[in-house]
Write a protein that binds this ligand. Structure first.
Ligand SMILES: Cc1cc2nc3c(=O)[nH]c(=O)nc-3n(C[C@H](O)[C@H](O)[C@H](O)COP(=O)(O)OP(=O)(O)OC[C@H]3O[C@@H](n4cnc5c(N)ncnc54)[C@H](O)[C@@H]3O)c2cc1C
Length: 420
């Protein structure tokens, strides 16, 4: 069977890899000149198994209202005339119901734990290098009210099989001495020792190289214009445009959609409605100017929703979420909020003048649960919609999809799709 994987971000490259390992003939296409150049390019770098709770939770609506009008709001809704944005927003509110949040959290947690195992196995198999660190993630609480809930939250994580330990301020500092500058305001934290960090773009690029060496066909600078299907039937072909402007028709026996935020638009003409909408985020990547002042444990500031990962000699700091359509403009005020955070928490740690700003579109479902499995067309499969956790969930989602396509049950309890 020849499978064509559409999109070469984290989801597409890992999907292509696991399908190749399952013995299938695989092609991968992307409009970019290489792998991982869109949303998978400069994310927060966290393998955050310890953050399964989605943004859509019972506390979210009130929190979003409190942040309204603040230019540095971690979550921001910029209303547009796009009906898809309003549909997504309403479904997001629905997913904030306690029972839905609980169900979504459990599904994400199970997949995240499994995905961590898959990533470690893949790394051991291939010896991939991507500035990875295994010092865990430290979730930081800067208000007493949040810290008071830490024990309950750590217990809930442990119930999902996730290693999580509550640390007081002194223990946080012992684990990560670079926190000293703001130690006075720190209430405490949760350390998830099994979590990791690493550069998703380096990982994706390295895996794409192995993929080519394993015999997969990689079509770069190949823009997918549309999929052709028999009425109600299988996908027969893909219409693409090459870098030189020429058009071509590509054929395969099965297709996997890993197109990030653009998948919903691509499938709409086939009558398939994916509940995916872009949620924009920002990051900076700055050279570390003083290693003793820069953190090496990956950090999550729970109050500001900012994450931070040490990537070799660089520090990646990411955050913010805007519901603002497909706009990828890098807004200086959003970047400034992130840069200010680093300079306040780790003064002297980075060379801010050489920081590289970036914005990307998280392909988010309302409940942050990805869409993995078969679509309404028998030979069209989905591995997309990973939202805030596409790096964390990449290997597990792809390994699971490969199992499903080979008619095997993946070893994880997750609501996989099977619309056929
Ligand atoms: C600021 C920020 C911080 C984040 N931090 C983290 C984190 O710390 N941990 C974590 O787990 N996740 C994080 N994420 C989420 C994670 O980065 C995403 O979920 C993930 O990158 C999505 O991968 P993807 O392969 O689905 O999409 P993409 O990486 O966008 O890949 C989709 C691919 O499809 C291609 N494509 C689209 N349309 C076409 C077309 N018509 N023709 C051809 N090719 C096409 C694109 O070129 C692209 O390469 C973060 C995201 C952001 C924005």
């Amino acid at each position: 069977m020849h499978v064509m994987v559409l999109g070469a971000g984290l989801s597409g490259v890992t999907t292509a890899w696991y399908l190749t390992q399952a013995g299938l003939r695989v092609s991968l296409l992307d409009r970019q000149p290489g792998a991982g150049l869109e949303t998978s390019f400069a994310n927060g770098g966290q393998i955050s198994i310890s953050h399964p709770e989605p943004w859509a939770n019972p506390g979210a609506p009130a929190q979003i209202l409190r942040w309204l009008g603040r230019p540095d709001a971690p979550l921001m809704f910029r209303p547009s005339r796009d009906p898809a944005q309003w549909r997504w927003g309403l479904r997001f509110l629905l997913e904030c119901l306690p029972a839905r949040t609980h169900r979504n959290t459990a599904a994400i947690a199970a997949l995240a734990v499994w995905s961590g195992q898959q990533l470690r196995a893949l790394r051991a198999q291939l010896g991939l290098q991507y500035d990875q660190l295994g010092r865990g993630i430290l979730h930081l609480f800067y208000t007493q009210a949040e810290y008071l809930k830490a024990h309950e939250r750590a217990r809930a994580l442990r119930a999902f099989g996730i290693d999580a330990r509550v640390l007081d301020r002194v223990q946080c500092l012992a684990l990560e001495p670079a926190l000293a500058a703001r130690a006075g305001t720190l209430a405490g934290g949760i350390h998830a020792a099994g979590d990791e960090s690493g550069d998703a773009h380096q990982f994706t690029r390295a895996l794409a190289e192995r993929l080519a060496a394993a015999g997969a066909t990689l079509h770069w600078e190949t823009e997918l214009l549309g999929l052709e299907a028999a009425p109600g039937g299988d996908i027969a072909a893909a219409h693409v445009r090459r870098a030189d402007g020429s058009s071509e028709v590509l054929r395969a026996d099965a297709w996997v959609v890993c197109l990030g935020s653009y998948g919903a638009r691509m499938l709409a003409p086939l009558g398939i409605r994916l509940p995916i909408y872009p949620v924009k985020g920002y990051s900076i990547t700055a050279p570390v100017s003083n290693p003793a002042l820069a953190p090496s444990v990956s950090l999550t500031d729970e109050s500001r929703r900012i994450v931070c990962s040490r990537l070799g000699e660089r520090l990646r700091v990411a955050g913010t979420a805007e519901l603002n359509g497909f706009d990828t403009v890098v807004r200086p005020e959003r970047i400034a909020a992130i840069t200010d955070w680093v300079q306040a928490h780790f003064p002297g740690a980075i060379d801010a003048a050489r920081a590289e700003p970036w914005a990307g579109l998280r392909p988010a479902t309302p409940g942050n649960v990805p869409l993995i499995g078969r679509s309404a067309r028998a030979n069209l499969w989905l591995n997309t919609g990973h939202g805030t956790l596409g790096w964390t969930l990449a290997c597990g989602s792809a390994a699971a999809l490969a199992e499903l396509m080979c008619k095997r049950r993946p070893g994880v309890d997750f609501p996989f799709l099977d619309a056929s």
